[in-house]
Design a protein around this ligand. Structure first.
Ligand code: FES
Length: 76
């Protein structure tokens, strides 16, 4: 799983394993998206594929920050 702080106290959690061949994807804050360093697949923060060779997206999990901002709860 990969968790990214997308600003304004918001976090997103997605599966980290690239659906193409299993390499770990990386968050790119400047683009606010995810990229696989192996063959260059790219994914939106929604998990959708935006650049092949991956043909399926990343799984998105629910990420909720507590009101005191001390605990991030991630669930499916
Ligand atoms: S393993 Fe991610 S693009 Fe190939």
């Amino acid at each position: 799983m990969i968790i990214a702080n997308v600003g304004s106290g918001s976090y997103i959690a997605l599966s980290k394993k690239c659906p193409h061949q299993g390499t770990s994807v990386e968050y790119r804050p400047d683009n606010n998206d995810f990229r696989c360093p192996n063959h260059g697949s790219e994914f939106a923060t929604s998990g959708a594929v935006t650049k092949s060779p991956a043909t399926s997206g990343l799984t998105v999990f629910k990420a909720v920050l507590s009101t005191d901002k001390n605990t991030l709860t991630v669930s499916s």
